[in-house]
Each structure stands twice: as C-alpha cells, then as structure tokens.
Design a protein around this ligand. Structure first.
Ligand SMILES: C[S@@+](CC[C@H](N)C(=O)[O-])C[C@H]1O[C@@H](n2cnc3c(N)ncnc32)[C@H](O)[C@@H]1O
Length: 252
C-alpha cells in the first residue's frame, strides 16, 4: 500500500495538507437530495464524510466510511461525531451489506488510487450492487488533458510549509518520477525542519480521460448522469482541471 497512508508521522500530516471545502459542499449537496444511507469510499481520515454527518441531526440515516488504510481510519475514528459512522477497513468489492445506498462518493481524488483496470471495474460493479435504484456514485478525477503533474515540483505552488499540532514546521513538496501511459509516479518529501529529517513517500496515480471512465462505467452497468468541471457545478469542458462524475444504475 502507498506509504503516505500508512506511515504514522505522515498520516498525522494528512488533514493539515488537505483542507477541502468546495468539494465537501458539493458532495454534501448531493447527500441532501436524498434521505437514504450515504457511503464514502476511500474516506481516509473522514474529513469529508464527517463534514456531511455534522450538517445533519443525529440519528438521521446510516453513514458508512470505507478505506483500506487502518492508519487513516484510526484518525477518522478519533474525531468528534465519529460514532455516527460505521468505519470499515477494506475495499468496496469486499463489502457486503443489506443496505442500499442513495449516495456513494469518493473525494480528494481517491478514485485515482484505483490503478488497475480490474480494480476500477470491480469498484464500479460493487457500486452498482450497493446503490439503491435512484442511487448515485459520484467522484472526481483530475483531467489528464491539463497535465496537472507539471506543477508538482519544489518551488511550485504545491510546495508548502505547515505547522503541526506540536508546533513543528514541516515543508512538503513533490517530485515527479515517471509519467507513462496514464500513470504518474511521484515522490512527496516531508522535511521536519526542527529535526532536520526528511521522510519521503512514493505514490502512483492513474489519470483517465472522461471517455475512458465512461466506457469502463458502462461496461460495469452504470450510466453517466452528469459531469461537471468544477465545484460550482458548471458543465465539464475539456480545459477544466476536474472531471466530476455522477454515475447511476444503467437500468434506472
Ligand atoms: C487522497 S486520500 C482521500 C481521503 C479522503 N477521501 C479525504 O477526503 O481526504 C485517498 C484515500 O484512498 C484510499 N484508497 C487507496 N486505495 C483504495 C482503494 N482501492 N479503494 C478505496 N480507497 C482506496 C487511501 O487509503 C486514502 O485514504
């Protein structure tokens, strides 16, 4: 597994480096369209799911968060209101439930952690099995036509210094290692400045174009309901950085 979701000292930095708002609001609005069970796949530290949970009164409906990284889930479980969520360690294809979900979502580009064709197809098939007839599987993926990895380097806007809860300063930057046929491999370096210690992780993300995602979804029995190009909900155009998809059961 990707060490950035496993090493305790790096997992501790996750919420400081990823502070979504617009994306959380987007999925919260989708959740507000229904009253049935909601699931976040690749929920990590639970930031997005707990944001949605906290907008609703207690005991409204079931919430499930699934992630294969126990270290990320440990942080999610420690947060306020975490007891309102069923946290599950694993991947969607192994998840069995009698519940049918009105919304299954993935965010902060967790979809791009699905590297093989098989993982993508298995995830789509499992989503189809777990969605209610009106349910939506929603997620975003970075648009490869914008080549976002060109900005992932020292000195770019993704080079940041954060201060941990212990008051430690940590500089974080990326260094792309390989770009090959829809896969980008990059290192993320974390310089713990006071200790003068650098911890590096290596990650690979998959970049699919809209047509490629749509073809795989259709093969698995899902149909494209909507696709947006930013968090305001504007229709997707090829120059947009984000591809934000909503898939539904094809028979719906
Ligand atoms: C960038 S993080 C996003 C976490 C969270 N969604 C958020 O809002 O911050 C990607 C997450 O995807 C998870 N992940 C990796 N492989 C996965 C898979 N095959 N299925 C589901 N989640 C996966 C990782 O463990 C990690 O927690």
């Amino acid at each position: 597994m990707d060490r950035s979701y496993v090493l305790p000292e790096i997992v501790e930095l996750y919420d400081l480096l990823n502070t979504g708002h617009a994306d959380h609001n987007f999925y919260a609005k989708l959740a507000a369209h229904s009253q049935g069970p909601v699931m976040e796949l690749g929920c990590g530290t639970g930031a997005a799911l707990l944001y949605i949970v906290n907008r609703e009164k207690a005991e409204t409906r079931p919430f499930v968060g699934i992630d294969p990284a126990p270290q990320m889930l440990a942080i999610a479980r420690s947060k306020a209101e975490a007891e309102r969520v069923t946290w599950v360690e694993g991947v969607l294809s192994d998840f069995e439930s009698q519940q049918r979900f009105d919304l299954i979502f993935m965010t902060v580009h967790a979809f791009q952690c699905l590297l093989s064709d098989e993982e993508i197809t298995d995830t789509f098939r499992a989503a189809l099995r777990l969605l209610s007839p009106e349910g939506i599987f929603a997620f975003e993926t970075r648009n490869p036509l914008c080549a976002p990895w060109e900005n992932w380097r020292k000195g770019s806007h993704t080079d940041v210094t954060i201060v941990t809860h212990n008051g430690e300063s940590v500089r974080v930057w990326q260094e792309v290692q390989e770009i090959r046929a829809g896969f980008v491999t990059f290192d993320q370096h974390h310089h713990f400045i006071d200790l003068d210690r650098i911890v590096s992780t290596r990650s690979t993300l998959r970049f699919l174009k809209l047509d490629e995602v749509r073809a795989r979804a259709e093969e698995a029995g899902l149909a494209l309901k909507a696709v947006h190009g930013d968090w305001s909900g504007k229709p997707f155009e090829e120059t947009d950085k984000e591809i934000i998809l909503q898939l539904v059961p094809a028979s719906a």
